[in-house]
Design a protein around this ligand. Sequence first.
Ligand SMILES: Nc1nc2c(c(=O)[nH]1)N[C@H]1C(S)=C(S)[C@@H](COP(=O)(O)OP(=O)(O)OC[C@H]3O[C@@H](n4cnc5c(N)ncnc54)[C@H](O)[C@@H]3O)O[C@H]1N2
Ligand code: MOO
Length: 643
Amino acid sequence: MEQYKRKIYLEDKPRAEALEQILAACELTPEIDYLGTVDALGRVTAEPIFARVSMPHYHASAMDGIAVVAESTYQAHEQHPLFLKKETEFCFVDTGNAIPSPFNAVIMIEHVHIVDEDTIEIIEPATPWQHIRPIGEDIVQEEMLFPQGHTLRPADLGVLLAAQQLVIPVVKKPVVTIIPTGNELVEANAELSSGKIIEFNGTVFSGFIKDWGGEPKLHSIVKDEPEKIKEVLLEAAETSDIIVINAGSSAGRKDFTVHIIAELGEVYTHGVAARPGKPTVLGKINGKIVVGVPGYPVSAYLALEWFVRPLVCQYLGIPEPLRQTVTVKLGRRIVSSMGAEDFVRMNIGYVDGQYVANPLTRAAGVTMSYVRADGLLIVPPNVIGYEQGETAEVELLRPLEEIKHAIVFCGSHDLTIDLLSSGLKRARTDMKIVSSHVGSMAGIMAIRKGEAHVAGIHLLDPSTKQYNVSYVRKMLAGQDVVLYPFLKRKQGWILPKGNPLEIAAVTDLVRTEANFVNRQKGAGTRILFDLLLEEAGLEPEAITGYEREMFSHLAVAAEVNGDANCAGLGIYPAAKAMGLDFVPVADEEYDLVMTRSFYESESGRQLLAIIQSAAFREQVEQIGGYQVVENPVLKCLAEEVKS
Ligand SMILES: Nc1nc2c(c(=O)[nH]1)N[C@H]1C(S)=C(S)[C@@H](COP(=O)(O)OP(=O)(O)OC[C@H]3O[C@@H](n4cnc5c(N)ncnc54)[C@H](O)[C@@H]3O)O[C@H]1N2
Ligand code: MOO
């Protein structure tokens, strides 16, 4: 599209300034919907609402018993029981009954002695209006029940019905048209080919907009054709209150969102000083605000929250909801760029009485990091970051209670952890495992720094040929931890189907110049590979791809799957999962190192009970290449490590 030049340099406008501009530029006057009360849940009142009748609207008995004239009972006393005659001096009433005149008090049936059908005896006087709900005790006719701008909750609907308000003026939900654009986008059920991307941002945006009180209208995918995009934008400006156009916001050859908005209306901002989400476009077409959010999902979700949520709230006349925050200790150093805000997705664990948070990947295309995140650390523009161990405030994306009950699992990746996780969730709906796959060494370090409850490790000591024990004794010396034997699993060569290069030993990698896929430093598999090299008298330089590091067994298998000249080292189930060949090299011991306080805690006991259950063992052994250690005896006791 020759008429539109690439825009290479974006602005760095402070987010608050960009927002202020569009809030001021938004010309919408909220409209009113009149809804039946029963349909008004979650809606925002457009006007103050007053009671049409009182509740109760008559004097009502608050108890089961008898109605009396209080003044005529004053003589009653234990020594001078008073006898009352039915109809003239008392009448029976039940809770909720109207109190007939001239009665003005109720005595509970438990305090009444029934002498015969027409006579009762009381031994205590009643005070005027006791156990009577007077007219308007709850709601007084004409009182204001709710101001405008109130979001109606279930109990609010009860009040409205009781006050005979049957039609409620609520603010119309602002209609937000969402326009996904891109030639590469396809529907989720399409046949996939390289370069095609499933359109899912639109559905996520719709969900957010519903949650915020708007009415999403998801347009079908629009191709990168300026004329088509213009047509859709102009139509959306007619039929909706706010427009969200997705992608085409940065510097690509077909990123012309900004030019089209400028042509059809005006652009206020292209580029905000916040990451991810920087290449956001803010403008207006025919009186309607257009928010051009970047394509990368995480950037898009944040940009939507920064700019679309405030527009929806302004329209509805409600404040923006604030997230709960928690103070955390940072498990890792956080680096941020000066002059821009950084939104860092964080995992939070509750370990040894404090919240510890670690950053997840900052890649804007990794949706799972947003899905897994417990919170967002927002680094202000004038802060270049935080040191490890510093405290910081994190906005929560989940309830704190949920975070508090999570078992923080660190260390080497193993497929059985997912089984353990679902087993735990089945046994205890309030508990879960949060795992991060950082490798065995980093797992031990996390235990040492009090950032995790459990770490899965498989570290072979080349000198003793023994797994894990020497590492725990050395790296966790002086700490209150135990080493729990968990699994035996097969490690071996992960190879393309049919093993075309006929690899069976490390020397074969050199002979065939196979493309090796390594694991990251500190991973148990990496240590095993280095030992194999050493035993064969080889240097890392002899291996093609020694520097190519993957962070999990499955990632290694996925690499091998795509390349007939490839080879990796990893566990059998990863090879099996991808239909690859496997040549066993070692039986390794995958153990769990945990703080003693966790081992002895209720959560720890629960976790070990699942590990030792027959059902779990069966599930694990079915995968193949695994054996759960039966009747395990702790390999390392806290006392040994401590001394
Ligand atoms: N040379 C530069 N390149 C890029 C820059 C830059 O400043 N200079 N910014 C990067 C950043 S940061 C972001 S964020 C993205 C924004 O890209 P666009 O808004 O132009 O989006 P696309 O390129 O069309 O898409 C990017 C990516 O997003 C995913 N995507 C897009 N639409 C959808 C959808 N409807 N559903 C799901 N996923 C979607 C998809 O993975 C696309 O590949 O630009 C960087 N580049
Ligand atoms: O701004 Mo991009 O949105 O950093 O990923």
